[in-house]
Design a protein around this ligand. Sequence first.
Ligand code: LLP
Length: 498
Amino acid sequence: MHHFEYGSNGSMSAEGVDLERIAEAVGTPTYVYSEATIRRHFAVYDEAFSGHPHLICYAVKANTNASILRILAEMGAGADIVSEGELFRALRAGIPADRIVFSGVGKTAREMAVALDAGILAFNVESEPELHLLAEVARERRRTAHVSLRVNPDVDAKTHPYISTGLRESKFGIPIGDARRIAAMAKDMASLDVVGVDCHIGSQLTSLAPIMEALDSVLALVDALAVDGHHIREIDLGGGLGIPYDAKKANPPLPRELGAGVIERFRGRSERIILEPGRVIVGNAGVLLTRVLFVKQTPDRTFVVVDAAMNDLMRPALYQAHHEILPIRRVRQVGGVARPVEVSVASADAPAAESARAVESVGLHESLEPRDPQDLQEPKDPQDLQEPKDPQDPQDPQDPQDPQELLHVVDVVGPICESSDAFARQRALPKVEPGDLLGIMSAGAYGFSMASTYNSRPRAAEVLVRGEAFHVIRDRESLEALVASESFAPWLNEGGAA
Ligand code: LLP
């Protein structure tokens, strides 16, 4: 479950903090994260593997904010890093070096040296040339590098091609057929110790079958490596478990289902399981808060122009990714009384009845356990008890409006000069007006961490909520910071004009 819910005042809050309050205090666009959601997701994932020795190395790239890394450090997480920058962040947040694994196809000698000196748990080595360079760097520094061979098991992860990594033609990993030869080569290099085998087949996986297929290939390889005289202590299955983004689609498998399947295969085995989840820990713990600037009507379309853009959240532009978009306030006046409006978040192409059924879809973001309908809809204010049970019911005499009339098919777009700068196309949303706040849901993973300053838009603020408290964990970037590392070439005239 996550902790973004509509309160009895009809306004969405993160845990105990009204999102309108955060928008007032911090401005928009702003990422808001729920600490309780992150903790819960980590705990549920950890619990799923509790039947076997394991280590969860959170994939830092999903969300790199210092406070978020600190929360996970407190919970005992390790880190999966892909750069010196991520190593720096992880160590700074208090994640112990001996819980850090280093992934990526292009590690530099410098990055290897820094990571070796820090004493990381393992390098997930992705190619033969990388193995040679690592051996050389370790030798120079008189250290032993722990190596986990990242293999490419050639399975189709059945996810978006841009985030699929386990197919033979992808740039990732050592072809599984070459692994024994490369392991033998590594065995002869005194500065290397092959401790593990690793794979990661892709991200936003919505079925367990490809992961299990990859695992079976990896286990067969580990057994073959044992015959070859290697002592493999760790098997790293990467990350990749998907989260629910779209209220209309079936939920991806739960961590508990993944854990059960994996542990079953590890029965009788002694290797430690390493996992590198990113999205499933933080994805549904974040919302991008944005304000409506204009509602622009053209003969063909209604554009809701918001103050967030593809530079803040590029997933829709880059992967045609779906994010639910919800109004932060869903109160309307009925007979002079403010009451919550049931909001559909289903897309325009969903039949009307389905739209109506999707009214509770904010709850469908609960990625980690089946939802208890009581969770979200329980009235918190005694006044609510006077509300009719089903405010959508057209028979309700107090409700003169057909709820379907409240839905408008719109494109939600940002201000950037690119046609791809759209968060949703042809989406049914309740009527919005300039100044209204919207929440772009499930934005905690690969949101801020992929943000840029394109169009010279300073990057958004980030806020962390714990219970009734909130804190700005990253200031909105200032214009000064935007240009701080640029300089004028000395031969250019001061003051501009020649
Ligand atoms: N381990 C490795 C080696 C990875 O490459 C990744 C993600 C992960 C773990 C974590 O995967 P997760 O559990 O978060 O699915 N920007 C894309 C996702 C790119 C994922 C890259 N690698 C998106 O917004 O969907």
